[in-house]
Write a protein that binds this ligand. Structure first.
Ligand code: UT7
Length: 322
């Protein structure tokens, strides 16, 4: 009998009020609503207030996912958090989240560092833990405070990112859930998107801010996203026309449109949140998934394709039956 990892429930959380493009102009950033909307599709994003960390956003998203799953914290036997903006160098944000959730059952907790592909990587790992029979209920979270690692003097990056978290509870089930996963990395592209600083000797060495060659990233993203989507579909034996919803990483509406076109999907089959959330890196896919579910668009039994690309470079796709 095949054991699948099936999503029992989803949750998400955005901190504070939306910050519009006009608000950024008012804060002195040399940009315009017109430029940001035209080049990226972003109109607003959210920023975590001072003292609020990735684990705090993860906590709120996790509580909602647990509630939607009718699952108690003690029933969770593994926590995986995708984040590139952890609370601390260590412990992991997943361990901090476990404590904030009040979990005392000794379940393992670990972070995944794959930047904007982090949630796809984390789901892939969770799927393998469940299929191997070692775990029954896994909390998978994407949580980020990218506002803390952008250089507010670099208009080419600071207008793009936002903060937030999304979570799912996966359960071992005989009903179909995750049908196929495909993940990849190519570290030779680390120069086109990185945050190169490190902590050593009590000091931050090098720049701790996001640095990106936007056009190089754009081209790479469009190429690998359609390749990896095809790989996941082929491995599950699912045809493009059988996809009910595409839930992509939300970095730029033009990248999303191009991927959808290559998959033969109309934009009305795409969950699009980049306009309101900006790029929340590892949190963007679970945030969009939760928006799709709670708005009633994503329904049980549908085929959902998740895909992401980010620093590393890393990229991947998860095809699942919801
Ligand atoms: O999540 C990880 C993956 N990340 C991505 O997928 C991001 C991929 N890249 C992109 O989304 C796009 O490349 C950007 C949105 C980052 C940039 O869009 P672009 O169409 O590639 O613009 P560009 O970098 O070629 O810049 C065009 C112009 C430049 O001016 P000149 O040299 O033509 O006079 C920039 O200085 O736009 C200028 N510019 C801005 N103007 C107003 C750059 N940033 C801004 C800004 N406001 N915020």
């Amino acid at each position: 009998m095949t054991i699948y990892a099936r999503i029992m429930g989803t949750g998400s959380y955005l901190p504070g009020d939306p910050v519009s493009n006009h608000d950024l102009v008012a804060r002195g950033i040399e940009t315009s609503d017109e430029w940001i909307v035209e080049r990226t599709g972003i109109s607003a994003r959210h920023y975590a207030p001072e003292g609020v960390f990735s684990s705090d956003l993860a906590l709120e998203a996790s509580k909602r996912a647990l509630e939607a799953s009718n699952c108690k914290v003690e029933d969770i036997d593994l926590i995986i958090v995708a984040t590139s903006t952890p609370d601390m160098v260590f412990p992991s944000t997943a361990a901090l989240l476990q404590n904030k959730l009040g979990m005392k059952n000794g379940a393992p907790a670990l972070d995944v560092q794959a930047v904007c592909s982090g949630f796809v990587y984390a789901l892939t790992l969770a799927d393998k833990f469940i299929r191997s029979g070692s775990n029954k209920r896994v909390l998978v979270v994407g949580a980020e405070v990218f506002s803390r690692v952008v250089d507010w003097n670099d208009r080419t990056t600071c207008v793009l990112f936002g903060d937030g978290a999304g979570a799912v509870v996966l359960e071992a089930s005989t009903e179909p859930g995750i049908l196929a996963t495909a993940i990849h990395a190519d570290g030779s592209y680390s120069e086109i998107l990185n945050a190169p600083g490190q902590v050593a000797g009590g000091q931050v060495c090098g720049s701790p801010f996001v640095k990106m060659d936007g056009q190089a990233v754009f081209k790479f993203a469009v190429k690998v996203l359609s390749e990896v989507a095809g790989e996941a579909l082929a491995s599950a034996g699912v045809k493009q026309e059988e996809i009910d919803w595409l839930v992509p990483h939300q970095a730029n509406v033009r990248i999303i449109q191009s991927t959808a076109r290559k998959l033969g999907l109309d934009m009305d089959k795409v969950i699009l949140t980049v306009g309101q959330h900006g790029n929340t890196s590892g949190a963007s896919i679970p945030l969009a998934l939760d928006v799709g579910v709670r708005s009633g668009r994503i329904q049980r039994g549908q085929n959902i394709l998740l895909e992401g690309v980010g620093g590393g470079f890393t990229w991947g796709a998860v095809l699942l039956r919801f």
